[in-house]
Design a protein around this ligand. Structure first.
Ligand code: GDP
Length: 472
């Protein structure tokens, strides 16, 4: 679909339903004129941008008063879309909004498609594609860190860096093409050593971004942490204590089956998703339960961390070792946090025995041990710190969110770029002909350009912007 920027689009930009305010937004060359047809008290056409105007909206067809509103005026190019924009703040009633939208449509506005305001911002050069996508992420952000990452991306993020490197690569690509034009005459305009150096630099950046994707995913989707332990170890008590203790409660999602419950706890801006493995050991009584057990096993397969909780007062170190052995045999790569519970009720002899076990086990870097009392809420700070340490140790998180890729589309494009850049590097090393070098370089440039939208197809744009909500 060829985008038509000559028409004026309109949509409700606040959530539908009852609210104190509803904002209807128009963008396009006739935004002001169309609003004026309904607006009385002021001549909006004579007003400068970045101004607010109180007035009455009236349906020109029936003459009926619709609402008392404030119209915010933005003049092109100093607006979100870089077009003339009017934002009409009225009263938040679905009925009023329907009437206002209807009247505006009859004046020649067109109902905006999903994401069309942001799409126009992109098409008019106010945002690049990665920034436009960050708008959607920002709206969806539900933890401190995902908000920070989206905001960073919206403010330019890695786009600037990529664009700079891409521009340098384009210079080389042009020189290579020029060599091709000279055909037979064996000339070299493109300095091969310089190109090699640049390729190494670009590969470094691309690979760094690719590595950050895993972290980005963790930030967006949370860190799945399995809580395992025998019945009565205190798993529910611990989860409840963490939920109460946490610095920001995200949500508690009842599991889809009766066999496990997932709770999300945000620690230091990172979202931990705790999966309780209750019932895993029991022989499933019926088919439904069997499916539940199977799903729990799947979740453990996807987990990033295992928190194994045991009761200090009624387990022996040998039993704990045996339980742990079972888990690590099944999931050898999973980092483990071994947590002894009910410290408050444990005897000095029990504590000594497990301290010895802990020091024997802690030589394994994949594992760390600590004692808590979930019931008395003791040691929870240390537990949270240990969770963060395990995650960071596993390379899943770093502090700060400078340049982190969270978008699958970007990751795929970066992978393609890395592959083609590698081919150019190899071609240079083996003295491959200019023609092949130039072709690989073109592919690499294409992949990099897809991220920022310097190269984009209509299909791509449609698929990105239809994921937005209407009015954005
Ligand atoms: P789950 O089966 O692993 O979920 O264990 P629960 O959380 O239901 O706890 C089992 C029992 O242990 C309950 O009676 C809790 O009150 C008790 N409990 C849990 N944590 C502690 C603790 O830190 N100290 C003591 N003394 N008892 C605890």
């Amino acid at each position: 679909m060829v985008p038509t920027l000559s028409d004026t689009i309109v949509a409700l930009s606040t959530p539908p339903g009852i609210g104190a305010l509803a904002v209807v937004r128009l963008s396009g060359p006739d935004a002001v004129a169309i609003t004026q047809a309904l607006f009385s008290k002021k001549n909006l056409a004579a007003q400068p941008g970045h101004t607010l105007h109180y007035g009455t909206l009236r349906d020109p067809a029936s003459g009926q008063i619709l609402d008392e509103v404030v119209a915010a005026l933005y003049r092109a190019p100093r607006s979100y879309t870089r077009e003339d924009v009017v934002e009409i703040s009225g009263h938040g009633s679905d009925f009023i909004v329907r009437q206002v939208l209807g009247a505006l449509l009859r004046q020649g506005a067109r109902l905006a498609e999903a994401g069309e305001f942001t799409k126009r911002a992109f098409l008019n050069g106010a945002l690049d594609l990665a920034q436009a996508e960050a708008v959607a992420d920002l709206i969806a952000a539900d933890s401190a860190l995902s908000h920070q990452v989206a905001l960073n991306q919206l403010r330019g993020g890695f786009s600037d860096e990529l664009r700079g490197l891409r521009a340098q690569l384009i210079t080389f690509a042009a020189l290579l093409e020029l060599e091709l034009d000279f055909g037979e005459e064996d000339v070299e305009f493109a300095d091969r050593t310089g190109l090699m150096r640049l390729l190494t630099e670009v590969q470094g950046v691309v690979n760094g971004l690719l590595r950050s994707f895993e972290l980005g995913n963790v930030i967006k989707n949370g860190i799945t942490t399995v809580i395992a332990g025998r019945p009565n170890a205190g798993k529910s008590t611990l989860l409840n204590a963490l939920l109460r203790e946490e610095r920001a409660i995200v949500s508690a999602i009842p599991g889809t089956t009766r066999d496990f419950i997932e709770d999300e706890v945000s620690i230091d801006g990172l979202r931990f998703r705790f999966v309780d493995t209750a019932g895993l050991r029991d022989n499933p009584a019926d088919e439904v339960e069997a499916i539940g057990v199977q799903r729990t096993r799947q979740r453990i397969g996807q987990a990033a961390l295992l928190l194994y909780l045991f009761d200090l007062t009624n387990m022996t170190p040998a039993e704990v070792r045996a339980d742990l052995g079972e888990f690590t045999a099944a999931h050898p790569k999973l980092p483990v946090l071994l947590v002894g519970n009910k410290q408050d009720a444990a005897t000095p002899a029990q504590l000594t025995a497990f301290t010895q076990l802990a020091s024997a086990l802690n030589s394994d870097s994949q594992l760390s041990t600590l004692f808590i009392s979930a019931g008395q809420r003791l040691g929870l700070e240390e537990l949270q710190d240990a969770l963060l340490t395990q995650v960071r140790g596993a390379g899943l998180a770093t502090t700060g969110a400078a340049t982190i890729v969270t978008n699958v589309r970007h990751a795929r494009a970066l992978e393609a770029a890395a592959e083609h850049l590698g081919a150019v590097q190899q071609g240079l090393a083996t003295g491959r002909g200019t023609e092949l070098l130039a072709a690989d370089l073109r592919h690499a440039l294409g992949a990099l350009g897809e991220i920022t939208g310097d190269i984009s197809s209509d299909d791509l744009l449609t698929s990105i912007f239809t994921q937005f909500c209407i009015g954005k």
